[in-house]
Design a protein around this ligand. Structure first.
Ligand code: AVI
Length: 339
């Protein structure tokens, strides 16, 4: 028993070097396009992850509170899915364990037979999580996997035949655009077994002012989170972005249903990035697109599940019905591929 983790990817300098090359290439491609764009996956360096932790605690950022409310109130409904069998509670992304702890506690108190399997590419996030679990739940069996999600799941399936209950929390799917989320879910479906469950968070469409406030908080933490992307380019790729010459902007597109975040250049300027060996020209008021945070209708969720081979088992709402943790079952028999 106890909480440990395994590393399924090389941690040598070569891996670090490859990551840096991919980052540089993505920045080069993104800043060469019109409109310019940078991927939100690069938000999460150490500082970015800390800022996101702070965002989750903000009064305006309702998403985390909603999902916490679901995990406080719907434990019995989630537990019914796996009652009486040995299973793997898999979590994509290590997180800080706060939400999942509620579920783990419920499973342990009721004598469920399971192991907890968080999968995350960051070894430091995994170490923090397993240290926390060892202190909070010494009796819990945890096998953390440091790897890409799909590699981790494949490895897990090779060593256990138990049913998987996979958690993908926090509206993370919302950061993918529509085609990307279909591809992601279909890959997940391919990696999972018939009868496995996926519990995934969707932020529902709601009053536009509430959404605008959540992404334009009064303390300016989201602004810092967005601008940190430029700081990261400065540090890791030797860029010379003057952070004060860009502003954070986040707005809601009613047609696509996405909160969209941008960094907008406040003047005509040129930025040189040494490790890319190139300068990039910005006109006054020219935007860089940095993030999609999609919001969903019930019909969007149904379509997404059907198109990717899942059957919706339960919709678990928070008390205000602002957010849903949707429980899907993998259906491998009689499925027509429509992706
Ligand atoms: C991680 N992700 C679901 C967050 C979101 O709401 O899109 C990231 C975030 N961006 C701005 N605030 C929070």
């Amino acid at each position: 028993m106890g909480s440990t983790y395994k590393i399924l990817h090389p941690t040598d300098l070569e891996a670090v070097d490859n990551e840096k090359k991919t980052f540089a290439l993505d920045v080069l491609v993104g800043l060469s396009e019109t409109p310019k764009r940078l991927s939100s996956r690069y938000f999460y360096d150490e500082r970015g992850s800390q800022l996101f932790e702070q965002i989750m605690d903000l009064p305006e950022y309702y998403l985390t509170k909603c999902e916490f409310n679901i995990f406080e109130n719907k434990q019995v409904e989630i537990a019914q899915l796996v009652r009486g069998e040995k299973f793997n509670l898999v979590e994509l992304g290590a997180g800080d364990g706060r939400k999942t702890s509620l579920l783990i506690n419920h499973f342990l108190r009721n004598g469920f037979r399971f192991q907890y399997v968080p999968i995350d590419i960051s070894e430091s996030a995994m170490k923090t999580l397993t240290d926390f679990l060892n202190k909070s739940f010494p009796e819990l069996e945890t096998t953390g996997i440091v790897a890409e999600y799909f590699n981790g799941l494949k490895w897990l399936n090779n060593i256990t035949g138990s049913r998987n209950l996979v958690l993908f929390l926090g509206s993370n799917l919302g950061n993918f655009n529509k085609p990307q989320s279909r591809v992601f879910l279909r890959n997940l479906w391919n990696t999972l077994n018939d009868g496995d469950y996926l519990l995934t968070g969707f932020d529902l469409k709601k009053d536009i002012d509430l959404m605008l406030k959540a992404y334009n908080d009064s303390q300016g933490i989201t602004r810092e989170f967005n601008l940190n992307l430029l700081r990261r380019i400065n540090t890791e790729l030797k860029g010379d972005f003057d952070i004060d010459k860009f502003r954070h902007y986040s707005g809601y597109d009613v047609f696509t249903g996405a909160m969209e975040s941008y960094l907008v250049s406040l003047e005509n300027q040129t930025v040189f990035i040494k490790d890319i060996g190139q300068s990039f020209a910005f006109q006054e008021w020219e935007p860089i697109h940095t993030e999609y945070s999609y919001k969903y209708l019930e019909s969007d969720i149904r379509e997404l599940a059907e198109a990717t081979g899942f059957v919706i088992e339960k919709q678990l709402y928070d008390s205000r019905k602002w957010f849903v943790d949707s429980v899907w079952k993998v259906q491998k028999v009689n499925h027509r591929d429509t992706t």
